[in-house]
Write a protein of this length. Sequence first.
Length: 319
Amino acid sequence: MADVFLSYSSQDRAAAERLVKALTVGGVTVWWDLSIPAGAVWSKVIEEALESSRVVLVLWSRASVISEWVRAEAQRAADVGKLIPALLEDVEVPLGFRQYQHVDLSAWDGSPTDSRFLKLRLGIESFKRKDRTDQPPRPDSPGDRVVVDAARPYTTLHGTSRIKLFIAHASADKAKLRPVLKVLIDQGFQLWVDKPQEIGLERTYEDRLSNARILYGHDWRESIRVAVNKANVVLAFWSQDAVRGRREQFHYEVYLGMMQNKLNQCRIDLVPLDEIGMPYTFDHIADLADMAEERYNPELDYLMQDIVARRGPWWRFLR
């Protein structure tokens, strides 16, 4: 089993070979068409390599965007949730693949320490450590699961008042956020939520949310960008509606959080991880699908502890 199946146009062989050499030196095993043994049925070999690889790295260029083979390989990779796209040139990615965050290698000079190459390596290494869809399914019956004390208090956290959370969510999920946001507010986090009045919080909680909502008539992209820039953490809530409803605003918020290294994520529905897709599932996603008011949820407890541990100490130096 190779770590990477490389999909590219034969016209880009020189660039592909340079990339293969850099990855191989770094310990990544790569399968590409030069690996096909003489006399083998090439279509069968390609199919087997495509299915067995941990990740499919697609190199988009002027030649590959019109290649039916590259498109087919990219589609199969997307279907099974192991697509990593990269740009060799400044081209428009084919329709159906534009929602995937790409790695821009158009100006990469072959250096293994280049930030763009390191970003690619980070994605590949995430797949090598664990298959992102390998998280066990939630059982339908209790079985041997540990029963958590519903009345258990959450861990007491310090420094939360200095941590600003931008709440990224699909607008249809506001009611689902209610039990989570109440805990976050009780813990003292500063929260930015667009249109907080629609969540259904008691007035005592609502008054503790930021009122810096997106104003009607204003550029929503710019408003979100400013709010994310001011936040320490973008906390994204994945749901069926967020994944399947083509929520442009939500995906823009998550994208900004990822690019600024501020992203923490959770699921509030049992949405499959492969539907969330790359590159967001490089990071572990907390499962809050069974969150209920007035009940302790260990996943939320861990998530809040991780946010404080990761974001709390350096916040003091930004004041």
